[in-house]
Design a protein around this ligand. Structure first.
Ligand SMILES: NC(=O)c1ccc[n+]([C@@H]2O[C@H](COP(=O)([O-])OP(=O)(O)OC[C@H]3O[C@@H](n4cnc5c(N)ncnc54)[C@H](O)[C@@H]3O)[C@@H](O)[C@H]2O)c1
Length: 253
């Protein structure tokens, strides 16, 4: 799919990996609808990107909130051809800690935002994409979800987070099969350690010690590198049904 013909919903698009994707796509001539809970950052980024970007205050876990965001996107741009799902949260809680068993409510919350939220947005976006005229490759849309290397090598305290990201990896192929008839591709990106607001508060020493664990290059990933891979997936009709690690070959213990 050509980038300057792309109209993309980017969830979590106010910050970090989603923000970098919104910037990359807008720079390539795409139209971008930023779906995020953070109004302040979302509006600021949309203003920076100009008339090809809009911010919608959307909670990805809420069906009617997503429907409103989609209606707003259609109003602004006429159709939807891409959906990149970056909205997510990370927690660190052990299954059995000093204070007892892992809170079930917290476990469900992480699954709800990271996994159910991604599915909620992509299913409603796909329903709109299916109405598009196919391009000369037969494509009507492309969906990109965000997993994590924690889907494969989760650390202590990552039961909920890893489960949510394993779910993203697991649903990638079946959704690509479901939507093949509609000409909609589905891929996921599994980032390693990226320098986003999630990491900015950790301090130089922690960042250095994390960087040392990366095989090559020995540094954290840059959000722009996620945006660049998302752009490549949009532009590559033969990429489908796969989760791509983007991690400097890190393999966490
Ligand atoms: N940064 C990393 O190293 C890293 C590594 C692997 C995976 N990831 C994944 O990448 C994604 C983006 O992470 P990031 O580092 O850019 O984080 P971030 O905190 O910078 O951005 C996440 C955004 O999601 C939004 N959000 C949270 N809950 C939401 C909801 N219910 N509805 C709408 N928006 C919501 C937040 O407001 C925020 O703007 C997450 O899914 C994260 O798990 C990040």
């Amino acid at each position: 799919m050509k980038l300057d013909e792309t109209i993309a919903i980017v969830t979590g698009g106010a910050s970090g990996l989603g923000g970098a994707t919104a910037r990359n796509f807008a720079a390539g001539g795409a139209k971008v609808a930023i779906f995020d809970l953070n109004r302040e950052k979302g509006e600021a980024l949309a203003a920076e990107l100009g008339e090809n970007a809009r911010f919608f205050e959307v909670n990805v876990t809420d069906e009617s909130s997503v429907q409103k965001g989609i209606a707003g996107t259609l109003d602004a741009f006429g159709q939807i051809t891409a959906n990149v799902n970056c909205a997510g949260i990370a927690i660190g809680i052990k299954t059995l800690g000093k204070d007892g068993a892992h809170s079930l409510e917290t476990f469900k919350k992480v699954i709800d935002i990271n996994l159910v939220g991604s599915f909620n947005v992509l299913r409603l976006a796909a329903a709109e994409m299916a109405k598009n005229e196919p391009n000369n490759e037969g494509e009507r849309g492309v969906i990109i979800n965000t997993a994590s290397v924690a889907a494969y090598e989760g650390q202590k305290g990552q039961a909920a987070y890893s489960a949510s990201k394993g779910g993203i990896v697991g649903m990638t192929l079946p959704i690509s099969r479901d939507l093949a008839y509609n000409g909609i591709r589905v891929c996921s990106i599994a980032p390693g350690l990226f320098f986003t607001p999630l990491f900015e508060g950790l301090g130089e020493e922690v960042v250095e010690s994390l960087s040392a664990q990366v095989t090559f290059p020995k540094r954290l990933g840059r959000p722009e590198e996620y945006g660049a891979l998302a752009r490549t997936i949009v532009q590559s009709p033969y990429m489908n049904g796969e989760t791509v690690r983007l991690d400097g070959a890190i393999r966490l213990p």
